[in-house]
Design a protein around this ligand. Structure first.
Ligand code: SAH
Ligand code: SF4
Ligand code: F3S
Length: 508
């Protein structure tokens, strides 16, 4: 029965998931057992609140976030910029002077969700005409000032590179105008803004190391909404990680749309920009962060199969605190589909990268993203995705039906010709296969002893704690006298497809 429930819940989450796969930030950190493992729908639209001294004169900001971890991290930057201007965040929307929605465009349903949400603000705006309603993030960038025409109650539209301008934009609205800034930048990284952490006193934090994406996968809207790829100064990244460690954090996840192409002081052509300064690639950056402390776990997301090099894998193998877990989105198991997707690799190349991971980091956990029903996908091509999943045996996967996005290469070049019911049936087939593989992966852990970083109480009971293995599996165990932030060794005694159960043992 328990297993049935887990399967059903996972199934629902995969079906209705609205956005991406960068690890999600759970504001309340409540549904911990399922965070990362399955995208947690419940945090979509969650509001950010920073503890502050109550100041009844302060302007109140209600900031709701959708989409990927990048967006949730950007919301922390936005909160930081506006709190410097005296704004106080609130989770009570009725208290708000300014409502901002940080939005996602990755699939059509992600945008629809925001439009539905906006209709709920209509009455609030009628009651309080001074209320400022703003759209931030990827929908703002994609639709630009059209958003103002399509959604009459929106006053302000700000793209992902325009957040420093928010105080001015809000002032502009105060003078009775609509305000728009959707300029994309070639160098904005918000490197100097220290994000206000939502879960102050937390264990795990996300650190943005680069913004934008130059890849132009044919299905993807991100290059249009996030602009050109740019990397952040490594020294600012290391200082942020050191600061987080000093504040008690024990895990950092380095974030970027394509972390393998991180580069500092190196041009896109591979030339050194300034001979007098050192250069840094992703493998070197990971090493710098790993050296902050052996007690600080290092994770990263997302890797791109065409760019993931052996030197990254070798650095992972060298440092115990770099977690043996790689999210390597495949999208399809068929070379022709991959070509139409403009992914830049073939089925064989991808499988060779998997072989390299297994050779250099034995036991490394691997997860992926799959899109079903991409333009022209035949039944044979779909079968190749299933056969690739059997070959790789992913520990888990995020699975989506193809959703055509305006202006993308796929929209311009190909017909979205796989019928909805066929997309749905293919999605069910890959979900079913993945659930079997996830369960098998967890079953292989039963009987082993795992080093677990405790994240907090289990949501199932106060007498249990939960935490993750290096391979990112969630483990629930009786708490004894341990607390969050500690590392413990846990013998795994049983599992479902989503969670491991165990008991603390002495260090082997
Ligand atoms: N930069 C990351 C992922 C960004 S988007 C990467 O390259 O892997 C996250 C995932 O959403 C993608 O991996 C893809 O599986 C899915 N996705 C993106 N665009 C989509 C679309 N138009 N329809 C369905 N799924 C999509
Ligand atoms: Fe989109 Fe491809 Fe860039 Fe990922 S690598 S964000 S899928 S264009
Ligand atoms: Fe993220 Fe969605 Fe934008 S996945 S980058 S918030 S389109």
């Amino acid at each position: 029965m328990v297993i049935f429930f887990e399967l059903f819940r996972d199934f629902l989450c995969c079906q209705f998931v609205s956005s991406l796969n960068l690890p999600y930030f759970c504001s309340s950190r409540k549904p911990m057992e399922y965070e990362n493992k399955v995208i947690d729908e419940s945090i979509q639209g969650s509001a950010l609140e920073i503890p502050a001294l109550d100041n009844s004169d302060a302007k109140k900001l209600y900031l709701e976030s959708y989409g990927c971890q990048m967006n949730f991290s950007d919301s922390e930057v936005v909160a930081s910029i506006l709190s410097d201007q005296g704004y106080q965040t609130t989770r009570n929307i009725d208290d708000a002077d300014v409502i901002l929605l940080n939005t996602c465009s990755i699939r059509e349903n992600a945008e629809q969700r925001v439009r539905n949400r906006l209709t709920e603000f209509k009455i609030k705006k009628e009651r309080n005409p001074e209320l400022v309603v703003g759209i931030l993030g990827c929908m703002a960038e994609r639709l630009k000032k059209n958003l103002l025409d399509e959604e009459k109650l929106v006053d302000l539209v700000a793209g992902p590179d325009a957040y420093r301008d928010l105080p001015n934009l809000i002032d502009e609205v105060g003078t009775g105008q609509k305000a728009v800034n959707v300029l994309l930048s070639r160098d904005e990284t918000y490197a100097d803004i220290s994000p206000v952490r939502l879960d102050q006193g937390g264990i795990s934090a996300f650190v943005t190391i680069m913004r934008g994406c130059d890849n132009m996968c044919s299905f993807c809207v991100v290059p249009f909404t996030r602009g050109r790829e740019r990397s952040r100064d490594p020294q600012t990244i290391v200082s942020e990680c050191q600061d987080l460690f000093d504040k008690g954090y024990r895990e950092v996840t380095l974030l970027g749309q394509n972390v393998d192409s991180y580069r500092w002081n190196i041009s896109a052509k591979g030339e050194i920009k300034n001979e007098a300064e050192p250069t840094t690639n992703f493998a070197q950056l990971m090493e710098m962060v790993a050296l902050v402390s052996p007690l600080l776990r290092v994770r990263f997301s997302t890797s791109h199969p065409k760019d993931m090099t052996d030197d990254v894998l070798e650095i992972m193998a060298k440092y115990e605190n770099i977690c043996p877990y790689i999210h390597l989105p495949v999208q399809s198991g068929n070379t022709d589909v991959l070509y139409r997707m403009n992914r830049g690799y073939s089925r064989e190349w991808y499988l060779e990268r998997i072989a390299a991971i297994k050779r250099i980091i034995p036991g490394c956990a691997i997860s992926t993203d799959v899109i079903t029903g991409f333009c022209g996908e035949t039944e044979e091509e779909h079968q190749e995705t299933l056969s690739l999943m059997d070959l790789v045996q992913y520990d888990f996967a995020y699975m989506f039906k193809y959703s055509e996005r305006p202006k993308t290469l796929a929209e311009r070049r190909f017909a979205d010709d796989v019928p909805e019911e066929v997309k749905g049936r293919r999605l069910n087939e890959i979900i079913e296969k993945q659930l079997a593989h996830s369960l098998a992966s967890n079953q292989r852990m039963v009987g082993t002893i795992q080093k677990v970083l405790i994240e907090g109480k289990s949501k199932r009971s106060d007498e249990h704690l939960c935490g993750r293995t290096g391979s990112n599996a969630m483990v629930v165990f009786p708490k004894e006298n341990q607390e969050k932030g500690n590392y413990v060794h846990v013998r795994i005694t049983s599992c479902t497809s989503a969670t491991l159960m165990g008991e603390i043992v002495a260090q082997p």
